[in-house]
Ligand binder design. Structure first.
Ligand code: HEM
Length: 155
């Protein structure tokens, strides 16, 4: 399946909006995680974290993954033909699984417990976005520089 030039631009635009948008949403979670640890009102910070995480961040992570895959499969880049795409696929897949399996229960607790959220979970809500924003920033750099060449020989 190869996208026509017009569809390729549509899909690429959606891919940049969703992937870099996800990085933006992640930076908001990082800000809230830091605010919670810095002593801002936990009854405000943690429900907001849960809401943004569950309504915006987690669904966007799923949409971003799907559009990223379509973008790769539908163009000359392919899903695993080039190292830079394969590396992004691995990062994004691990990212999505962590968000859906590990982060989602934490976000539900943040939403419902608010000021009663235990200290260990508060620390996790700072640690997780530090790791994930670093991964997404790395994926953005890799996307622009497209390093490491082909993974498989040209057909
Ligand atoms: C499932 C994971 C992903 C796959 C398979 C994937 C695949 C691709 C492909 C094939 C392109 C080139 C499209 C074209 O030129 O038509 C592209 C571009 C791009 N990707 Fe991804 N991507 C993924 C995840 C990400 C992530 C996590 C980010 C950043 C947070 C990202 C940011 C970008 C950007 C900014 C471009 C535009 C680069 C340019 O046009 O020079 N992608 N991606």
């Amino acid at each position: 399946m190869t996208l026509t030039p017009r569809w390729r631009k549509v899909v690429l635009t959606l891919h940049v909006i969703t992937s870099v948008g996800l990085l933006g949403a992640d930076l908001v979670l990082l800000t809230l995680g830091a605010a919670g640890m810095a002593g801002f009102d936990p009854a405000v910070v943690y429900p907001a974290t849960g809401l943004i995480g569950l309504v915006l961040f987690a669904p966007l992570a799923l949409v971003m993954w799907v559009i990223g895959v379509v973008n790769a499969v539908g163009t000359k880049w392919g899903l695993i033909r080039y190292w830079w795409v394969a590396v992004k696929l691995v990062i994004s897949t691990a990212f999505l699984l962590l968000v859906l399996i590990a982060l989602r229960p934490l976000l539900l607790d943040a939403l419902h417990l608010g000021a009663d959220l235990p200290a260990r979970q508060r620390a996790s809500l700072l640690a997780a976005p530090i790791v994930s924003t670093t991964l997404l920033a790395f994926a953005t750099i890799v996307s622009v520089f497209k390093p490491w060449g082909r993974r498989t020989a040209a057909a």
